[in-house]
Design a protein around this ligand. Structure first.
Ligand code: GLN
Length: 179
C-alpha cells in the first residue's frame, strides 16, 4: 500500500516511526505530485492555520479537497478533516471546536476508552473537541462522554496524538479499513 504522510509541519517523524513498526514505509508528501497513487494520507497534528497556509502555498489544498484519498487526521489534521469556523476540507461530517481545552499549558493525558472496554493513553496537546457527529460517523474513542476519535468511510479523525505513544492500534485500524 502507498501511504503518504503530509510532511510540512508538526508531528511528522513520530507517525513515520509508528507506520514503520507496522511494516509500512510512508511517502513524504510535500508537493502536489506526491499525492499521486496514494492509498491513504496521514495529516499530522501541528497548527491548523499554519498547515492550511502551507498546503495552499504548496498547491495541495485544492488537490486534496477534490481527491478521494482516505485520510487519517490527528489533532490539527482532524480539524482540517472536519468542519469548524475556519476553512477546512470538510471531508467528515464532524463539527470541531478548536483549542477547546484552553492554551498549550492546558494540554493533558487521559485514559480514553476504545471498543467500550479497552484503554488507550490519549495525549491531548492544545487539542480540539469533536462537538457533534453526523449519522454516518462512527465514534471509536471516548474520553468520558466526549468523542475523541471517529471514522467516516475510510477517514479517521482523532483529537489526540496516538503517534506519541508506543501503541499503534489506531494506525492499524485505519490501515485495515483501507483494504
Ligand atoms: N491547537 C492546534 C490547532 O488549532 C492543534 C494542536 C495540535 O495539533 N496538537 O490547530
Amino acid at each position: 500500500m502507498n501511504i503518504g504522510l503530509l510532511a510540512l509541519q508538526g508531528a511528522v517523524s513520530e507517525h513515520k516511526i509508528t507506520m514503520r513498526e507496522l511494516g509500512i514505509d510512508v511517502i513524504n508528501v510535500r508537493e502536489a505530485k506526491d499525492l499521486n497513487n496514494l492509498d491513504g494520507l496521514i495529516m499530522p497534528g501541528g497548527e491548523s492555520t499554519t498547515l492550511r497556509k502551507l498546503l495552499k502555498n504548496a498547491n495541495m489544498w485544492d488537490s486534496i479537497k477534490k481527491s478521494n484519498i482516505p485520510i487519517m487526521g490527528t489533532c490539527a489534521g482532524a480539524i482540517l478533516l472536519g468542519k469548524c469556523d475556519d476553512e477546512t476540507f470538510g471531508k467528515m461530517d464532524v463539527v470541531i471546536d478548536r483549542n477547546y481545552y484552553g492554551r498549550q499549558k492546558d494540554s493533558f493525558e487521559s485514559k480514553i476508552t476504545v471498543d467500550s472496554d479497552k484503554e488507550f493513553n490519549g495525549i491531548f496537546i492544545r487539542a480540539p473537541a469533536i462537538v457533534s457527529i453526523g449519522e454516518n460517523v462512527v465514534s471509536i474513542a471516548q474520553d468520558g462522554k466526549n468523542i475523541v476519535g471517529c471514522t467516516e468511510s475510510k477517514h479517521m479523525a482523532l483529537t489526540f496524538h496516538p503517534e506519541l505513544t508506543n501503541d499503534s492500534r489506531f494506525h492499524k485500524l485505519w490501515l485495515e479499513n483501507l483494504k
